[in-house]
Design a protein around this ligand. Structure first.
Ligand SMILES: NC(=O)c1ccc[n+]([C@@H]2O[C@H](COP(=O)([O-])OP(=O)(O)OC[C@H]3O[C@@H](n4cnc5c(N)ncnc54)[C@H](OP(=O)(O)O)[C@@H]3O)[C@@H](O)[C@H]2O)c1
Length: 363
């Protein structure tokens, strides 16, 4: 039997209420205090995973009851202690690898500090598979709305981050974009990634510290930031553009769904789990849909690859490619497109194509 553990945490009050309905109507500061006092605990047991080589696998979701702004805003020592306790719990259950879901991999140098606290338990952020799934989804969605990747202007919001940087590297390495702009607040980190891309691929990429300015001409936007959400506003987006929003909580404001029928926003990093697998936990997705970071953890477990895989900000292109092919071998596949929690319909696609064509005629 192969075993994995995976950290989950609430993204917002909607998540808290779904998991603990008694918190409905309570004031946020009170809810945050209660979360601070709640220890890491087991929230689901996943069984029945059949590995490609015939071995069985099982795993546990370990709840880290902290909101994103608590994970990034509370003293790091407090958060790392809570994560360490969760990691010990996974290890006690028999986990041979631990996935750091959501913001639990953002803290402590992208998971490095936690991994160093418990070196006997291999860990992964899941960011390699998330990147692969986001790029695959972006390429497929671009094809559906008729954006030619090779001549597209691509903006990566969070371009100096773990997922954003390697997304930009994949586009540059595959010569898939006419222009790439990396966007984040810290210019030094942005330039470091821009220089790496230039050294590795010969491609010059632009940098920008303003989300509004950086995305205004983009045909394709990939957003993967550790902001607390809502940084891409309806008025910033070019008509006919495609946005793949990988961030949790999402970077694209919800009112884009109603105000901008001329752009296509898809949720990045979602995968369909192998047939017959029940995750036994309500993430707010349709049954059988998992985050790609979960898929990475489950895949490594099912492959028997108990090793620290995607940790820290410097992801490797080879691992992005390798994990996606291993995930497919284990029965995972890209999930259907979702936009603001609804499946993307042909009608939504038609509206975007029409807007894109009109915008092109006007240019
Ligand atoms: N769907 C999935 O399966 C999945 C899996 C893993 C992670 N995720 C999500 O992906 C996102 C990125 O994760 P990561 O590990 O790549 O994070 P990370 O390495 O910490 O990078 C975050 C990036 O966001 C930038 N940023 C933060 N706030 C910003 C703001 N207000 N405006 C512009 N840029 C900003 C950071 O640069 P500056 O600080 O310099 O601005 C950095 O470039 C997170 O939201 C995470 O929850 C999703």
């Amino acid at each position: 039997m192969r075993r994995f553990g995976f950290f989950v945490h609430p993204l917002d009050m909607r998540d808290v209420v779904r998991i603990a309905p008694q918190s409905k109507g309570k004031r946020l500061p009170l809810v945050e205090k209660i979360l601070e006092w709640t220890p890491a605990h087991e929230v689901a047991y996943i069984q029945g995973l059949k590995c490609a080589d015939g071995e069985d696998a099982e795993g546990w979701f370990i709840g880290i009851p902290l909101l994103p702004k608590q994970i990034t805003g509370l003293p790091k020592e407090f958060v790392l202690k809570r994560l360490y306790e969760g990691a010990l719990l996974a290890k006690e259950r028999g986990a041979q690898i631990l996935g750091l879901g959501g913001y639990t991999s953002v803290i402590g140098k992208g998971g490095i500090e936690l991994a160093e606290m418990l070196p006997e338990l291999p860990m992964t952020s899941g960011n390699s598979c998330t990147t692969a799934a986001a790029i695959d989804a972006t390429a497929r969605a671009a094809e559906r709305i008729g954006i030619d990747l090779a001549s597209a202007k691509v903006a990566v919001v969070g371009g100096s981050g773990s997922i954003g940087a390697v997304c930009a590297k994949v586009f540059a390495a595959n010569e898939q974009a006419a222009e790439i702009t990396l966007i984040a607040r810290n210019q030094i980190r942005l330039e470091k990634v821009a220089n790496e891309i230039h050294e590795e691929t010969g491609k010059t990429v632009l940098t920008n510290n303003s989300v509004q300015d950086g995305i205004k001409d983009a045909d394709i936007i990939i957003s993967a930031t550790s902001s607390s959400g809502d940084i891409i506003k309806a008025e910033y987006i070019k008509s006919g553009a495609l946005i793949c929003d990988v961030s949790l909580p999402h970077d694209v404001c919800r009112d884009v769904a109603t105000k901008r029928p001329d752009v296509l926003v898809i949720e990045g990093g979602l995968m369909q789990v192998p047939e017959g697998v029940d995750l036994n936990y309500d993430f707010g997705f349709d049954p059988g849909i998992a985050l790609a970071c979960m898929a990475e953890t489950m895949t490594l477990c099912m492959e028997g690859r108990f090793e620290t895989y995607s940790i820290g900000r410097g992801l490797q292109l080879e691992k992005v490619r390798e994990i996606y092919s291993m995930a497919k071998r284990q029965g995972f596949s890209l999930a259907g497109f979702r936009s603001f929690e609804r499946l993307v319909t042909d009608e939504m696609i038609e509206k975007v194509i029409k807007a894109k064509n009109t915008a092109e005629v006007q240019e």
